[in-house]
Design a protein around this ligand. Structure first.
Ligand code: ADP
Length: 305
């Protein structure tokens, strides 16, 4: 009988420009680790990171709570969370924990759930952080690679990214507002022009085609969003400068990572990604904002370690 399971899950970027609330991509920049153990009574969480430790307020805790209820688990569970993904910067931090928790629970209690069901449970955990259930980041963290998420009923389509896809993420050192996801959703337009929808749909379709054809140029040059990015960019100091600098340094496309404030550039091995990172750091420095820029690649999904 399994008594303890440890799972490692990657961070992710959601939206990829025009794929708002639909696209996700797992990234190998940072990982969370979760260890679950059958122990005592109820659910206890241990972590030395700055995250809520009450199960209902922690994305991983909420997943365990819901799964315990659903599968009528009698045993107590102790969970250790080791954060690698910085929280609140648009890199799916709470989602990485939630994804790892669902995968670990499935293995600990030998439930044999398929990946769509794991995404369904992990998505519930996002209520603890974002205030609402959403699946784009958790789907990427569970499946790995590029995902397309359809809801009602939930269905995740996963595509292996091209081997030469490289990402540069610039994470600004700014204080993110409490309830950041709600704030960044509140600035979005309630209605959009049909012609804007057509433009975003064309680019989103081209991104999907780019992943299918393993064409990094097509992916990168289709990262163009004229609906969400213009509405949100004022929340990120120096966004336009960072984007312009990254493009000038060779990036194919640049946009906000998830709900921000990180900015992500899409490029290929054949360019100079470190130069793009430097250019993004310089861009932020114009608005007196420090930032850490990292080069990364698409990641595989959550794995038992
Ligand atoms: P982002 O996707 O931008 O990283 P998140 O959706 O991860 O943002 O939200 C971060 C918020 O979620 C923080 O306020 C944090 O306290 C809360 N949170 C709850 N549980 C976790 C967890 N296990 N890991 C990270 N953040 C968590």
């Amino acid at each position: 009988m399994v008594e303890s399971v440890k799972v490692r899950a990657p961070c992710s970027t959601a939206n990829l420009g025009p794929g708002f609330d639909v696209f996700g991509l797992a990234l190998d920049a940072y990982h969370d680790e979760i260890q679950l153990r059958k122990k005592g009574e109820g659910i206890t969480i241990e972590s030395s990171d700055h995250i809520p430790l009450q199960p209902a307020k922690n994305s991983a805790g909420l997943v365990i709570k819901e799964m315990t209820k659903k599968f009528r688990i009698k045993s107590g569970i102790s969970m250790k969370i080791k954060k690698g993904v910085p929280a609140g910067f648009g890199m799916g931090s709470s989602a990485a924990s939630a994804a790892a928790a669902a995968v670990a629970f499935n293995s600990l209690f030998e439930l044999d759930l398929d990946q769509n069901s794991l995404v369904q449970f992990a998505g519930l955990g996002e209520k603890a952080s974002a205030g609402s259930i959403h699946y784009d980041n958790v789907a990427a963290s569970i499946f790995g690679g590029f995902v397309i998420v359809r809801k009602n009923p939930l269905d995740v389509i996963s595509i292996d990214p091209p081997k030469d896809l490289v990402l540069c993420i610039a994470i600004p050192k700014i204080t993110v507002p409490h309830k950041k996801t709600q704030v960044s959703r509140s600035v979005l337009p309630q209605q959009i022009k049909l012609s804007d929808h057509v433009s975003n749909l064309a680019n989103a379709s081209a991104i999907t085609a780019g992943f299918m054809k393993k064409d990094v140029n097509l992916i990168g040059h289709s990262i163009k969003d004229i609906i969400v990015e213009p509405a949100r960019k004022h929340l990120i100091p120096g966004f336009d400068k960072v984007k312009a600098n990254a493009l000038a340094a060779g990036a194919f496309g640049v946009t906000i990572s998830g709900a921000g404030p990180s900015i992500i550039a899409f490029t290929s091995k054949s360019t100079d990604p470190k130069k793009i990172c430097k250019a993004m750091e310089m861009g932020f420095s114009f608005s007196k904002t420090e930032c850490t820029a990292v080069v990364c690649k698409p990641s595989k999904g959550a794995t038992i370690i």
